[in-house]
Design a protein around this ligand. Structure first.
Ligand code: G3P
Length: 216
């Protein structure tokens, strides 16, 4: 499973990129707005200069025609762009028009297996089931991820499944076990994935033992 970072915070992206384990970045309008910037193009291009891999930027248009126009504009910002388009009737129409042109689409706000099947049929490069938001309303978000992975595999769709709306480290473990191709994680969750108290304790003990025999 590849790890993407789910943030528009440049400092977090720089720090995470240094680890060498980030294969892409996803943003959405809320994440960009949180950083206080209205310059989506500038933010996305800066992210693309830091991370080598797909960078998702979302359209805000509502009609298929406007979505297509906006997606074409966004995809011209960098060769790494995956345009995020919601799984709606308008979004499916736009994705079906964009995919044959070689524009990578990440169909977002996916909450069901049926929506994922339609995203794959429209030629989306990625589909993003939102795990945490399903859990929030009492559904098992990860079950949807697992079912989507299974169905897309059965019919050999090349669409890659991004487990999104990840809220804690256990979500990452379960996404990997469910066969998600990618988990897009907030920076805080990435740090939680790294840290373990026994690792910290072990590092301190090795250093202390080594010092006792006259080193350091
Ligand atoms: O990028 C989309 C998604 O990951 C949002 O997560 O926590 O706002 O549901 P959340």
């Amino acid at each position: 499973m590849q790890i993407f970072l789910d943030t528009a915070n440049i400092e977090e992206i720089r720090k995470a990129a240094k680890l060498g384990i980030i294969r892409g970045v996803t943003t959405n309008p809320s994440l960009v707005a949180k950083e206080g910037s209205s310059d989506l193009k500038g933010v996305i291009q800066e992210i693309a200069s830091i991370v080598d891999g797909p960078i998702s930027a979302e359209v805000l248009s509502q009609t298929p025609e406007e979505m297509i126009k906006e997606a074409e504009e966004i995809s011209s910002w960098s060769p790494s762009i995956a345009v995020k388009i919601p799984v709606s009737a308008a979004g499916l129409e736009a994705t079906s028009a964009l995919s044959p042109k070689g524009i990578k689409v990440n169909m977002t706000l996916c909450f069901s297996v049926n929506q994922a099947i339609l995203a794959a049929a429209a030629g989306a490069a990625f589909v993003s089931p939102f795990v945490g938001r399903l859990d929030d309303i009492g559904h098992n978000g990860m079950e949807i991820v697992s079912d989507i992975v299974e169905v897309l595999k059965t019919y050999q769709y090349p669409t890659r499944v991004i487990a999104a709306s990840i809220r804690h480290p256990l979500h990452c473990v379960l996404a990997a076990k469910a066969g998600a191709h990618i988990a897009t994680v907030p920076y805080k969750v990435l740090i939680q994935m790294i840290e373990h108290p026994l690792t910290e304790k072990g590092i301190s003990r090795f250093a202390a033992d080594w010092q006792q025999v006259g080193h350091g």
